[in-house]
Design a protein around this ligand. Structure first.
Ligand code: ADP
Ligand code: MG
Length: 697
């Protein structure tokens, strides 16, 4: 058995009791686990400060000086020992609340000490509670420059497992290691990337010999962590591509040509052209396409979908488009009917509320091949829906569809159709590469020309008068407004504006206008009716929950008010904002919060008022919340646990690991070369195919 598999309890300083705490609290079971419990930061102990230099920004400080007097306060358990410490530039109080008897005997007056700790200002004086104190020796004998700090839990601290104790235990674990630890990457990779060997990296991550060596160690361990994620994805993708054949769309025919020449009302943006080219290449390759199309709200994804469907049609295949809600599905039908009017093809809409007779007709038309394009909701993946020759599937706003639902589509033809997943929730590239690993990604990173960016404002909820006046002005010149509330039922705990209450309030505030109301629990027919009234401007204000978040398109609406905006995540705010700014007029988004908000919320509001770019917002979201909370990944959770790499900061390392993994799999798809054995073993240890859920087919 390798030393790395040795039970942690055998490490000197651990023992059965502490081992149990380490098991339970931070999941450490073996020496290997312990050595991979990486520090979260380092403190520079090479520099000694003067007391007069101390300021609030210093998390830790190191001083050199002497104790001039001890003083004791209080009795029994409330006793406190203070040592007055000076270096000639000022005074600091060193304070102890525990272990006082031990301290009193240990340190002497008027002897040179090096003191290390966290300075806090108390009653106008600097204090350091429970400092580390060492006698001052000559310069060369002092502790090494960088000291590792470890995360610990409350329970660990109660058992004296603080950061310093963890460092000691890790040092003891190294004491057990008699031979150099074997390399965990294959030698070709280590050589190509010039990585520090595994053994040295582990040593330097815990006990850095110098700042450059620490950098190399960090690089090596981050690389390794990201590399195995990518290797797994790339290997999996290559396997899948080897297996799944796809329909071949050889030609561009009449439908696309006449649409392009006669119907297209505007020139395509460069980004749209590029994406269509990417899709054409995939669909001509003979392999099944699995592509994620990311593009900000209003970037023109629907048009891309339409054109691809026409290509499918020109090659004799049917297509379908799945939308997450009935509102969206019917809006898509309208768009399609308008764009494709007068062309020789048949488009149908199928949702849960399609009447039986109509439904039967559509089913028949699909089977006979008379229906060319089907638009719908979940209803179209029901078993009763049979196609004649389904070749191309578009899924709009992908994060609302589960993997299982999508998988049902593959059974609708003898070979799986090409799949294009469209999302307006931009996913930072790093995250897309890890979470949606084996999907190919296309990005529309350009808006059609002439759009005026939405102007975003942050206002406090006490100041509604001016806002209402502003809405009134907008409506008087012909515009419309949305007012969005986060919940539809009053929750006692969260002091939120209730939709119903809000609706009554808005009606009262705007007696001269028609106000309509929409929420998720309404029947589809009711929703359609409300939507219709708003679209034709029979109602000027729509009070709503987030059901309007995705895709709703009313170009005349120019104001989006979001109540209790602190309750929404950045991506959601951005989605909601995307409902306005769709016409030629200047549009506005007003974020309303209470006056008292957390600094995190304030930051979110700032990002929203400063940026209109969905990718910038997604990156910011990733930074603020970490990958686990990001929309689109929530439903499945991040399938891996990053210990040292950071998807935000280490994107360059990530891109490199992807490249290296791709090269490697190209040369040795099954990892059969002897020198790659270690890669296979490590992949196995890391849990093989855990990332499968990220695939689409
Ligand atoms: P989304 O990416 O949010 O689905 P849509 O496809 O709904 O965006 O497009 C938003 C609006 O932009 C639509 O009204 C569409 O007709 C228009 N549009 C799309 N492409 C272009 C273009 N190249 N030039 C001008 N307008 C465009
Ligand atoms: Mg859309």
């Amino acid at each position: 058995m390798s030393i790395l598999q040795t039970d942690i309890k055998f490490v000197p300083g651990v023992g059965p009791k502490r081992a149990e705490i380490l098991n339970k609290e931070i999941n450490l079971f073996t020496v290997g686990d312990l050595l991979r419990w990486y520090p979260y930061r380092y403190i520079d102990r090479s520099r000694i400060y003067y007391i007069h230099e101390i300021d609030n920004s210093m998390a830790y400080i190191q001083l050199k000086g002497r104790i001039t007097a001890f003083e004791s306060f209080g009795e029994g358990r409330r006793r406190r020992l203070v040592a007055h410490f000076t270096d000639g530039t000022g005074f600091v109080d060193l304070v102890w609340f525990q272990g006082i008897r031990f301290i009193e005997g240990k340190y002497k007056l008027n002897q040179e000490y090096v003191v290390f700790g966290k300075p806090t200002l108390f009653n106008g004086k600097w204090n350091i509670a429970h400092p580390d104190i060492d006698p001052f020796m000559n310069e060369s004998d002092r502790p090494e420059g960088l000291m590792a700090m470890y995360n610990t839990t409350e329970k660990m601290k109660n058992h004296y497992l603080n950061s310093r104790a963890m460092q000691k235990i890790i040092d003891n674990a190294f004491g057990l290691i008699k031979e150099r630890l074997p390399e965990t990457l294959s030698s070709d990779v280590v050589k190509e990337v010039k990585l520090m060997p595994f053994h040295d990296a582990l040593e330097n991550i815990h006990f850095p010999k110098s700042a450059p060596l620490l950098r190399d160690a960090e690089y090596r361990l981050k690389f390794e962590e990201l590399f195995y994620i990518q290797l797994n994805i790339v290997r999996y993708a290559s396997e899948r591509k080897g297996k799944l054949n796809g329909f071949i769309f050889r030609r561009v025919g009449d439908h696309l040509n006449s649409f392009y020449k006669q119907k297209l009302p505007f020139p395509l943006t460069n980004a749209q052209k590029r994406v269509i080219k990417e899709i054409r290449k995939d669909t001509a390759s003979g392999k099944q396409m699995n592509r994620l199309l990311q593009g900000d709200v209003g970037s023109g994804k629907t048009l891309v979908a339409i054109m691809c469907m026409l290509i499918a049609l020109d090659n004799g295949y049917q297509s379908c488009l799945m939308a997450p809600t009935e509102i969206l599905a019917s809006q898509h039908l309208e768009t399609f009917s308008e764009m494709l009017s007068g062309m020789d093809l048949r488009v149908e809409l199928l949702t849960g509320s399609t009447k039986k007779k109509e439904r039967d007709e559509i089913h028949a038309g699909l089977q006979s091949g008379e229906v060319d394009i089907l638009i719908g909701t979940h209803a179209l993946i029901e078993d009763t829906v049979q196609f004649n020759n389904l070749g191309f599937v578009v899924i709009d706003e992908q994060h609302r569809f589960g993997v299982a639902q999508r998988a049902k589509l593959w059974t609708k033809n003898n070979q799986p159709p090409h799949v294009l997943v469209m999302t307006a929730t931009p996913i930072p590239r790093t995250l897309a590469m890890t979470v949606y690993g084996d999907l190919d990604v296309s990005v529309i990173d350009e808006l059609p020309p002439g759009r005026k960016p939405v102007q975003t404002l942050h206002r406090y909820d006490k100041k509604r008068g001016a806002l209402y006046e502003f809405i009134r002005e907008q409506i008087r010149v012909g515009r419309q407004a949305y007012i969005v509330y986060p919940l539809i039922e009053e929750s006692e705990k969260l002091d939120l504006k209730n939709l119903e209450e809000g609706y009554l309030h808005v009606k009262e505030a705007f007696p001269e206008f028609n106000v309509c109301k929409m929420h998720g629990r309404m029947k589809p027919a009711e929703k359609d009716e409300v939507m219709r009234r708003f679209v034709v401007n029979e109602a000027q204000i729509m009070v709503s929950t987030t059901v309007i978040e995705v895709g709703v398109n009313v170009p005349n609406a120019s104001v989006m008010v979001i109540e209790s905006a602190q309750r929404f995540g950045l991506s959601q705010l951005h989605q909601l904002r995307g409902r306005v700014g769709r016409g030629a007029d200047q549009s506005y988004c007003v974020l309303i919060t209470p006056y008292e908000i957390s600094s995190d919320t304030r930051k979110r509001m700032e990002i929203m008022t400063e940026s209109n770019d969905g990718f910038v917002i997604a990156e910011a979201d990733l930074k603020l919340r970490g990958p686990g909370d990001l929309e689109g990944t929530q439903q499945s959770g991040i399938p891996f646990d990053l210990r040292i790499a950071d998807l935000v900061k280490d994107s360059n390392i990530l891109y490199l690991t992807r490249e290296i993994a791709e090269d490697l799999i190209e040369k040795d798809p099954k990892l059969e070369q002897p020198e790659h054995l270690v890669l296979k073993q490590q992949l196995g240890r890391l849990g093989g195919n855990r990332y499968e859920w990220g695939r689409i087919s």
